[in-house]
Design a binder for this molecule. Structure first.
Ligand code: PGA
Length: 264
């Protein structure tokens, strides 16, 4: 059986100093659950500060995004090469926030599309990460409008086809996909667990059909308003191999309860 994976996505939260304090509390709270693989994706600035604290623990470090070229005149960007130099194990790509679809009314209109990730740039980022042996966490998911129009499955299929174009099955050891319905992210409105399970199995089937046995180690996570109170039911679904957790990963106690739910 695949080992479950729980990833904390801190987004743009916690200063480096606050991040250190939170990581210290995590190590204490999460350390005993070695059966579950745990990774934290803090803001870039925090990575070098928390790295020494995680050394020797089973908690791994991830980043929230990357740029696909190694270096150059790309103000504000951080390359996969730079992440590899910091021993980063995972990197989120194609999150609905970086795809530019915040799906939240309180984000100013001018900000929507700011990051503007496309199928093509998601694909380039994945290729760069694989080149540096960093496991991508590819996020896919439909908006509320797409769900209501009945195009959830075709939206996700298009995201998978775009993201994985030209990538060989031999490169997919440790690859991670997160099903994150945009309407469930940060809203408190979790996807019903049977539907989340169905889509996660749909994603695995797509990989199996495309790559065959090369994807035996693939893990498909669910993300979107995962909390301690709903994690157990979600993680019990066939096809859900863990969670990508935003808001609830900022508090050590809540996050450790989610990790526990993946274990017991
Ligand atoms: P949430 O975010 O858990 O706060 O809904 C999940 C994510 O965006 O990865």
């Amino acid at each position: 059986m695949l080992r479950k994976l729980v990833v904390g996505n801190w987004k743009m939260n916690l200063t480096p100093r606050e991040g250190v304090a939170t990581i210290e509390a995590f190590v204490e709270a999460v350390e005993r659950c070695e059966e579950v693989q745990v990774a934290i994706c803090p803001p870039y600035m925090t990575i070098p500060r928390v790295h020494p604290i995680l050394h020797g623990t089973h908690i791994e470090l991830g980043a929230q995004d990357c740029f696909w070229l190694d270096e150059g005149a790309f103000t504000g960007q951080v390359s996969a090469k730079m992440l590899a130099a910091e021993d980063i194990q995972f990197c989120i790509v194609g999150h609905s926030e970086t795809r530019g679809r915040f799906g939240k009314l309180d984000i100013p209109e001018s900000t929507v599309g700011f990051f503007a990730e496309t199928h093509e740039t998601v694909n380039l980022k994945i290729k760069a990460l694989l080149m540096y042996s960093i496991h991508p966490i590819l996020c896919v998911g439909e908006t509320l409008a797409e769900r209501e129009a009945g195009t959830t499955d075709s939206t996700i299929r298009a995201q998978l086809e775009g993201a994985m174009a030209g990538i060989d099955g031999s490169e997919l050891e440790g690859f991670v996909v997160a099903y994150e319905p945009v309407w469930a992210i940060g809203t408190g409105q979790v996807c019903p667990s049977d539907e989340a399970g169905r889509i996660c199995r749909f994603i695995r089937d797509w990989f199996r059909t495309t790559y065959g046995d090369d994807v035996a180690s693939l893990r498909v996570l669910y993300g979107g308003s995962v909390k301690a109170s709903n994690a157990k039911e979600l993680f019990a679904q066939e096809g859900i191999d863990g969670g990508l957790v935003g808001g609830a990963s900022l508090v050590a106690k809540e996050f450790s309860q989610i990790v526990d739910a993946a274990w017991r």
